[in-house]
Design a protein around this ligand. Structure first.
Ligand code: UT7
Length: 331
């Protein structure tokens, strides 16, 4: 029997219209365009405006676009996995809500929380469902409405993050395309450097927690930076080594868009020139679980069947990892 791989067969994406530029941020906090660009690479981020809108409102259009491109009905989706740290609500899962909004009435669905590595963890999970032979169409969504957990008076974090969503469809492949290998890692002792202090079971929401601004992202940037540079570069290199891949074999690196300097360090370690690295951090900032599928969405037309692609991420937890896949179609 031929080995079943999980191939990406369609990509969807969605970013909200409103652009929060560096110039606007200069009027909100003590910062400047030059500092933000040189330290992070971000020029603007998209923000979802409007009462009552959440991550599912970003994820649903991405899933609908993917279905349209592939010519399938949402009813054909067997399973939908949503990676997010900004769920619509603590429960039910945002994946459940996305399914309801798109009409994926036959799918079972659940969320995965692995912060900026969420999409990679969800992709590997979704791929396993396909590889098992039990499911034919699995949708993996990476979405975050980071603006819902960002303190716009904290210049250390508000300059980095943005809102967005990306989604991929996984289907059966028996010709050697699709997800070929993954290395995923986590280390919960890193939680001290990047977390949300309140709103969970340790510290439920209270008047005090709101007044102390404990429902916003807490990040010790320098510490996270050091771990991220090492973690993302090491794991990408490890994945190349164990699959005997050289820089020449790799068509694209799809790195988590947290900081241009982390991306450069990873590409350098892999020996990849800039032309092979997907970078859109200048337009969207760090959209957490959405960065990787948003890159695939944006570069889709430039991808060729057979391209070897490495996706790499690092995020809160800590969580990190890299995935090797062989692209399965020409657009
Ligand atoms: O995706 C999840 C994982 N997260 C990451 O990977 C983020 C990793 N960390 C980073 O990307 C960087 O650490 C940041 C972009 C968050 C910060 O850059 P940095 O080069 O590490 O800056 P820093 O925190 O060391 O701050 C340097 C200086 C400080 O001033 P002093 O103490 O040197 O006078 C800060 O107060 O820059 C100051 N600063 C700013 N200045 C202007 C901090 N934020 C700003 C700002 N505008 N927005």
């Amino acid at each position: 029997m031929q080995k079943i791989n999980a191939a990406i067969t369609a990509v969807g994406g969605y970013v909200p219209e409103y652009r929060l530029t560096n110039a606007i941020l200069e009027t909100m906090v003590d910062t400047n365009d030059e500092w933000i660009k040189s330290r992070t690479g971000v020029e603007e981020r998209r923000i979802l405006k409007g009462e009552g809108l959440g991550s599912s409102d970003l994820g649903a259009p991405a899933v609908l676009e993917l279905c349209k491109k592939r010519g399938i009905s949402p009813e054909e989706i067997d399973c939908l996995i949503c990676a997010t740290v900004t769920p619509d609500m603590v429960f039910p899962a945002t994946a459940n809500i996305i399914c309801d909004k798109v009409g994926a009435v036959n799918a079972f669905s659940f969320d995965i929380g692995a912060a900026c590595s969420g999409f990679l963890f969800a992709l590997t999970t979704g791929a396993s469902f396909i590889e098992s032979g039990r499911y034919k169409k699995v949708v993996v969504v990476g979405v975050d409405k980071m603006s819902s957990i960002i303190d716009y008076s904290d210049r250390a974090t508000c300059i980095i993050f943005g809102d967005g969503a990306g989604a991929v469809l996984l289907e059966v492949d028996t010709e050697g395309f699709g997800v070929l290998d993954s290395i995923l890692k986590s280390d919960g002792s890193g939680r001290q450097y990047l977390h949300l202090k309140a709103g969970g079971s340790v510290k439920p929401a209270s008047v005090e927690s709101v007044l102390a601004k404990e429902h916003y992202v807490y990040q010790e940037g320098q510490a996270v930076f050091k771990f991220a540079v090492k973690g993302m570069a090491d794991v990408s290199w490890e994945l190349m080594e164990r699959n005997n891949l050289t820089a020449d074999d790799i068509a694209w690196l799809v790195p988590h868009q947290a900081n241009l300097r982390i991306i450069d360090a990873t590409a350098n370690r892999m020996g990849l020139p800039k032309e092979k690295v997907m970078i859109n951090i200048q337009k969207y900032g760090n959209t957490t679980a959405a960065t990787l599928p948003l890159c695939l969405w944006e570069w889709e037309k430039r991808l060729n069947k057979g391209d070897n692609i490495i996706l790499a991420a690092f995020g809160g937890g800590f969580t990190w990892g890299a995935t090797w896949l062989r692209w399965a179609y020409n657009s």
